[in-house]
Design a protein around this ligand. Structure first.
Ligand code: BDR
Ligand code: CA
Length: 313
């Protein structure tokens, strides 16, 4: 099978960096057509720069990076420096990028790419708030039927929330955008906290990365060391969850994951539960299924894959 063409839409973020590196280290399975940055973990000026830093770290300066939307559709941006640090990529000392930012707006790149390529051959991989994707769908409704699949990190059912008691960060930051995406009719696969909280970066797994003794694996281990502190204190667990690479791991080895095709709706009105992903896991409504909602993962299989592919870069 030829590699799958994807666009990564992202707000790096150390775990976004892991997702990007996993994709770039897997050219037999994944062809990254471009990376579109969005405001999320940190403001857009930093996420677009961080995306380029990650490409340079991987030695893949030919991957075009675009800046997309700098704020959610209707709300004020909420960021997560308390998790990711001031730069979003705190941990390793990485140089400022030399590779240029593309002139084109990220949303225009998404629309043009989907229109220019054969229908259902491009997969979108959102790893941050869904602002760019929703804007593209609003501006160019014809692209919905051209998207092969949206595989995104966001939401939660059993784990409920991480930024509020009821909501996961990516969905909470732009719930109106998430609502548009979830109602778009596009074939969608979701990696919620229910899955990502099972892929914990334990000391043993960080050691396995360091044992590769490559600049990419060392940088990743330093990144994980950094954000580890926040999450292990918060959850009292053995290691922090590594959210976003679940998306790219799924494209390489879907058999690592299992879930249910169910109805998922986004709460956009309630102040208390804003951004909640109301997932009908138990099938208690007659609302039509609209997403493959993952629930379980082979965590060690995931880390073996991540380590092996990052070591290739
Ligand atoms: C998500 O929020 C961000 O902080 C991470 O990068 C991930 O995409 C997890 O809730
Ligand atoms: Ca992210």
């Amino acid at each position: 099978m030829p590699p799958r063409d994807i666009i990564i839409d992202t707000d790096p973020g150390q775990d976004d960096a892991a997702a990007i590196l996993l994709a770039l280290g897997s050219p037999d399975e994944i062809n990254v057509l471009g990376i579109t940055a969005v405001a999320g973990n940190v403001p857009l000026a930093l996420t677009q720069k961080n995306a380029r830093i990650v490409c340079e770290l991987a030695g893949k300066t030919n991957v075009p990076v675009f800046a997309g939307c700098d704020a959610p559709l209707v709300r004020k941006l909420v960021t997560a420096e308390h998790v990711h640090g001031k730069t979003g990529l705190d941990g390793p000392a990485l140089p400022d990028p030399d590779m240029p930012l593309q002139d084109q707006h990220g949303v225009d790149f998404i629309i043009e790419t989907l229109r220019a390529r054969p229908a259902e051959t491009v997969t979108l991989c959102p790893l941050g708030p869904l602002t760019n994707i929703a804007t593209a769908l609003q501006r160019a409704p014809d692209i919905a039927e051209r998207i092969q699949e949206i595989v995104l990190m966001g939401g939660a059912y059993f784990e409920v929330g991480n930024i509020t008691p009821a909501a996961e960060f990516n969905i909470y930051v732009d719930p109106e955008a998430a609502d548009i995406v979830f109602k778009s009719g596009v074939n969608t696969t979701i990696m919620p906290l229910d899955v990502t909280h099972k892929v914990l970066v334990t000391l043993k797994r960080i050691d396995a990365l360091r044992a590769q003794a490559t600049p990419v694996c060392d940088a990743m281990a330093d990144m994980v060391d950094f954000f580890e502190r926040f999450d292990t204190d918060k959850y009292g667990s053995d290691g922090a969850p590594l959210h976003d690479p679940c998306v790219t791991a799924y494209l390489i080895k879907p058999e690592l994951f299992s879930g249910r095709f169910i109805n998922v709706e986004i709460e956009t009105l309630s102040e208390l539960t804003l951004g909640m992903t109301v997932a009908d896991w138990w099938g208690v409504t007659d609302r039509a299924p609209n997403a493959m909602f993952m629930g379980d993962v082979d965590a060690q299989g995931f880390f073996d894959l991540l380590t092996e592919r990052l070591a290739r870069l």
